[in-house]
Design a protein around this ligand. Structure first.
Ligand SMILES: Cc1ncc(COP(=O)(O)O)c(C=O)c1O
Length: 348
C-alpha cells in the first residue's frame, strides 16, 4: 500500500501524554503523573487523549472501525492536520475545485503548500476531464465538499469514485452537510479505496458548532498518519461528553430539525424566486442556498440595515453578485422573506 505520510514523519516519535498508558485500564489508579490539581473539582483531570469512549460510540453509530476514526477540534483543524501530515511544503500540492470552501486554500497557504485549482463547470459540477488533465504525481490531497459550499449542490457518487480511482494522492470528501441525505454518503463505499478520507462535523445539522468537533473516517494507515500530528489532548472533556450524549440521545431530534430545515429552505427558495431582482436560485441539498441578485453588495447592505446577516459570496469564482443564505428558524426565515420583498420596491 502507498505510504502518503511525509518522509520526516515516518520515524517521528509521537509525544506520549502522561495519561495515555493508563486509559482504558479497569484498575482505579492514584494519578500523580500529570501535575493536575488533585482536589475534586470539575474538569480537574486531562481528557482521554485517545478519545476511546467517544470513538467507540461513533464506531457503532457510523459503522466504521475505531482505527478508522480521527477526531479534531472542528473539521477546520482536521484540514490543517491533513496538510501537516501529508504535504511537503514547497514541493507538493493540493487540488481544489472553486467555488469551494475557503479553508482548504487558507490551510495550504499556512503550510506553504501550493494550491492548484480546476474550477467547477458553469452549472457547478466537477470538471472530471479538466481534473484528469491537471493531475500529476506531486498532488497529495484533493478536497471536495459535497454538498458543496458555497453552491449547496451535491456531486455524483460516480464522479467521486472515479476521482478516487485516478487521483495520485488522498481524496478528501468533506461531508459537512451529510445529514441532509445520509443515504448519499461516501461512508458506504470509502473502504473500497486506500486513498479516501471523509470529513463530517458536529457543527452543522448536529447543532454543536460551539463545541468544535470534527470527524475524519479513513483507512487505518492514513488515520495513523493523522495521529502522528495530533496535539495530545486536542478534544476537551466537555465536548467528549456532549458529543456522546448527542449521539446516544438526540438523533431523532436532529432528524426532525433536518426535515424542518429542508422544508423551510424550499419555502424560502420558492419565495425569493418570485422577486424581480433575484436572477437565479441555485438548487440546494443543504441548510443554505445560493442566489444571484442584481447587485449583491447593495442587497447585502440593505439586509444589514434590516438587521439580517447573510453571506456575500460575490468574491467566489463564478459567483458574481451571489448571496449565500442559511436557513434560520421559521420566524427568522419569514422576516428574511418579508425584508427581501420590501427591498424589491427599492429602485437602484
Ligand atoms: C464544507 C465545509 N467543511 C468544513 C466546515 C467547517 O466545519 P467545522 O465547524 O467542523 O470546522 C464548513 C463550515 O462552513 C464547511 O462548509
Amino acid at each position: 500500500m502507498k505510504n502518503y505520510l511525509r518522509a520526516h514523519l515516518q520515524e517521528h516519535k509521537v509525544y506520549q501524554s502522561a495519561r495515555q498508558e493508563f486509559v482504558g485500564s479497569d484498575r482505579e489508579m492514584i494519578l500523580l503523573d500529570a501535575n493536575e490539581n488533585p482536589y475534586d473539582w470539575p474538569y480537574h483531570r486531562y481528557p482521554d487523549p485517545l478519545q476511546g469512549k467517544l470513538k467507540k460510540c461513533i464506531s457503532k453509530w457510523k459503522k466504521v472501525g475505531v482505527d478508522q476514526i480521527y477526531l479534531g477540534n472542528g473539521s477546520d483543524e482536521i484540514i490543517n492536520q491533513l496538510l501537516l501530515a501529508f504535504c511537503e511544503p514547497g514541493e507538493e500540492s493540493i487540488l481544489i475545485c472553486p467555488p469551494t470552501f475557503g479553508m482548504y486554500n487558507v490551510s495550504a497557504d499556512l503550510y506553504q503548500v501550493s494550491c492548484e485549482k480546476v474550477p467547477l463547470t458553469k452549472n457547478f459540477q466537477l470538471d472530471i476531464a479538466g481534473i484528469e488533465e491537471a493531475l500529476h504525481p506531486k498532488m497529495k490531497l484533493c478536497f471536495i465538499p459535497t454538498p458543496n459550499n458555497p453552491t449547496a449542490n451535491r456531486f455524483s457518487q460516480a464522479d467521486l469514485k472515479h476521482l478516487a480511482s485516478i487521483f495520485p494522492g488522498i481524496l478528501v470528501i468533506d461531508e459537512a452537510y451529510a445529514e441532509f441525505d445520509p443515504s448519499d454518503s461516501a461512508i458506504n463505499w470509502y473502504s473500497n479505496f486506500s486513498n479516501v478520507v471523509i470529513l463530517q462535523t458536529f457543527s452543522k445539522a448536529q447543532g454543536m458548532a460551539g463545541a468544535r468537533l470534527g470527524m475524519a473516517f479513513g483507512p487505518p494507515p492514513i488515520i495513523a498518519g493523522l495521529l502522528k500530528v495530533k496535539a495530545p489532548y486536542n478534544i476537551n472533556q466537555l465536548t467528549l461528553e456532549a458529543a456522546q450524549d448527542q449521539i446516544e440521545t438526540q438523533q431523532h431530534r436532529v432528524r426532525s430539525m433536518v426535515n424542518e430545515m429542508t422544508q423551510e429552505r424550499n419555502k424560502m427558495m420558492t419565495a425569493l424566486n418570485q422577486l424581480d431582482y433575484v436572477l437565479q436560485v441555485f438548487p440546494s441539498d443543504a441548510n443554505f442556498f445560493l442566489i444571484r441578485v442584481d447587485d449583491s453588495s447593495l442587497r447585502y447592505q440593505q439586509l444589514i440595515e434590516k438587521g439580517i446577516v447573510v453571506r456575500n459570496a460575490d468574491k467566489n469564482m463564478n459567483c458574481e453578485n451571489c448571496l449565500r443564505i442559511s436557513v434560520g428558524i421559521p420566524k427568522e426565515n419569514e422576516l428574511l422573506i418579508e425584508a427581501m420583498n420590501a427591498m424589491a420596491l427599492i429602485k437602484k
